[in-house]
Design a protein around this ligand. Structure first.
Ligand code: HEC
Length: 184
């Protein structure tokens, strides 16, 4: 390859990088208020689905759906998750409404279709490039599984249950206690 060809190649590459940058700056709107389009959503959902299913493995602890486990799951949810997901998991909180990608309805078939192992992985690791944080450093496996159990509860709620939940939670925003110095 002679020098002329090489410099032409460099020039062509520079022109391409330049045009892509100009396109990105002019076409890409970084506003969180710009909701993702259908194509972006479909592609990202697929990628996320494969990536999580490949990584998630069954947690070592198994938990029964006991009132005590549900109570603990609810308490952690209301403390750490409801700020974005809403007390009823519908994602209609003040913060949830402003996030992009949006906060999904946790009762929806697309969320409920995840295996328990996937939900466990999602809560521990979070989802990069979205507002979903990872909680592994602050929650034990048991607490995470209690959260998984509680996320499943949203699919069982009737409209009446939801209403009661919203009212009750607004009334007694308590029940989540920590020993001094405990972080979660
Ligand atoms: C700061 C906001 C925020 C907090 C706090 C938060 N989430 Fe999320 N969560 C999100 C967003 C945004 C998404 C959507 C991610 C995406 O588009 O893939 C999400 C997605 C999820 C999903 C569904 C994943 C999917 O793609 O189907 C589950 C389940 C979930 N969160 C559970 C929780 C639990 C449990 C907690 C608390 C321990 C929690 N989240 C705390 C913002 C939050």
């Amino acid at each position: 390859m002679n020098a002329r060809k090489i410099s032409l190649g460099i020039l062509a590459t520079a022109a391409m990088v330049g045009s892509v940058t100009v396109l990105a700056v002019t076409q890409f709107n970084p506003s969180a208020r710009q909701k993702p389009g259908r194509l972006e959503t479909a592609v990202m959902q697929r990628v996320k689905f494969w990536a999580i299913q490949r990584r998630a493995s069954a947690p070592t602890v198994q938990l029964e759906r006991t009132p005590e486990n549900l109570r603990s799951g609810r308490s952690h949810f209301e403390e750490h998750c409801a700020v974005c997901h809403g007390l009823d998991g519908r994602g209609q909180s003040l913060i949830g409404r402003g996030l992009n990608p949006p906060v999904p309805d946790l009762a929806s078939p697309s969320v409920q279709a995840w295996r328990d192992a996937d939900l466990f992985w999602i809560i521990q690791n979070g989802i990069r490039f979205t507002g979903m944080p990872g909680f592994e450093d602050t929650h034990s496996d048991t607490e995470t599984l209690q959260l998984v159990l509680y996320v499943r509860e949203f699919a069982r709620l009737s409209d009446q249950d939801r209403q009661a939940l919203l009212e009750q939670a607004a009334e007694n925003n308590q029940g989540h206690t920590h020993a001094p110095g405990e972080e979660h």
